[in-house]
Design a protein around this ligand. Sequence first.
Ligand code: CP
Ligand code: NVA
Length: 341
Amino acid sequence: MGAPRTTKMPAHPPKAGLAAMPALRTRSLVSMADLTPREFELVLTLAQMVKAGPRDYRGALEGKQLVMIFEKPSLRTRVTFEAGMKSLGGDAIFLDQRGSRIAEREEVRDVAHNLERWVDGIVLRTYDHSTITEMARCSRAPVINALSDLEHPCQALADFLTLKEKFADLRAVKLAYIGDGNNMAHSLILAAALAAASITVATPPAYAPSKQVTSAAQAIAATTGAQIHFTTTPETAVADADAVYTDVWTSMGQEDEAEQRRIAFAGFEVTDALMAKAKPHAVFMHCLPAHRGDEVSASVIDSSRSVVFEQAENRLHVQKAVLILLLGESRRRFPARSAEA
Ligand code: CP
Ligand code: NVA
């Protein structure tokens, strides 16, 4: 099977042209797998256009309101969604949900049926992925996954925009992921599948990615030509890699496991010696926050090979593209409600 087809973009997308922007098939972005390969490419292309000419999109979401509910801490995701929404002419309301889980006070479906009457979009950062799927199932307003225990699609979109900027043709990119096979790895594996890229994931045996996610990714890869491999040896993963990516060993909510994880992940630190086994031009990537001396050496993350702040910057641009595509004029406001209880 061939690579994803090139998405035809309108010649003048800003302002009036935004209404002619191809609509995403999905109402919400819960999983990276909600996008088709063409839609994945569309998001990155629009993100590049927004990045190149942010002023052209100032009124794209005029009068629209976004609610952002976070059960976990955030720097990048919160600021980039809020700044992005405001720079598109809309507004964002932040609900700090760190004290208790969303469903503790009220059923998620009731929260959804309230929010859909007030706002145009819902951004959620949760522990349980099912909180986001349930919100998306019940809400007529689009729901965007701002990180769950299972996935972090907005970060992976920013990461692939960064790779596109560095290497142009994603189909030729070999990405090595070293570390925990959890939310970040899951979204990167799915993104690589959509982009027809190559990814090799190295985890300790007990921290391998979810079989459900890897099967979904392999099914996409069968249609795009992506290459997805798994190993327990970091050196195998980085051999020939254009980019080496890692994430924290202890994710938010796993703090009690920190010591046991430090032992399990010994040998998985991205060091200068490991980077030396990748291609000479290989870049270092991390979603941040990072822990120098654990998953990455200071000499790597603070080196000229590190693109971590480009990744962080690109959160803003891809999320503006996602917001335009899900909340903007290419969508009818609240198309037919999806099946609900
Ligand atoms: N990478 C990322 O999602 O950062 P925050 O947790 O600060 O939002
Ligand atoms: N795996 C990390 C990603 C942080 C952006 C976590 O879930 O804490």
